[in-house]
Ligand binder design. Structure first.
Ligand SMILES: [Zn+2]
Length: 158
């Protein structure tokens, strides 16, 4: 078994265990790899250089391809596992919220305003807005929460 440091396009880092480097290539080509945090399939192998810190561990990484980590590395991967678990819980919570809210797509800014000005019944919505639209909404006092990643649409969940 070998361990690779992997990362998704949104900067989440995680470890993948593979029988061999070819095994990794094969799984990636078939789209079998997926980020455990956000679920995207755009997963790449990261260099095992220390202090890449896409996710804040603040500690040196163990060398990527060893199968007998030192005790320090064990501690580190335990704390990383806890952090990852917290991240996963957060994203799952977010997904549940999204499933209960209306996807208004490109009309997000318009709908958020209508709700804010009580032109339409209050409800939870989500959708896409440009940076400028988001800034305008926040200026007007419309409560929106920009999400730091591209959220999968409802019909793509599961
Ligand atoms: Zn991810």
């Amino acid at each position: 078994m070998i361990v690779f440091n992997l990362g998704c396009e949104f900067g989440h880092r995680f470890e993948g265990w593979f029988g061999s480097a070819e095994d990794f290539d094969r799984q990636r080509e078939r789209g079998m790899l997926e980020c455990p945090v956000c679920g995207v399939k755009a997963v790449a192998r990261l260099p095992s250089a220390p202090r890449l810190n896409l996710v804040t561990t603040g500690m040196a990484e163990p060398s990527g391809e060893t199968s007998s980590p030192t005790p320090a590395a064990n501690e580190e991967s335990a704390s990383r596992a806890r952090m990852l678990a917290a991240q996963i819980a957060f994203y799952q919570h977010l997904r549940q919220m999204l499933e209960r809210s209306d996807d208004v797509g490109e009309r997000f800014a318009e709908e958020a305003r209508r709700i804010h000005y009580k032109e339409t019944p209050e409800r939870q919505i989500h959708g896409v807005a440009t940076r400028e639209e988001t800034a305008e909404l926040l200026e007007e006092g419309v409560a929106v929460m920009p999400l730091p990643f591209i959220v999968k649409r409802k019909n793509e969940l599961n």
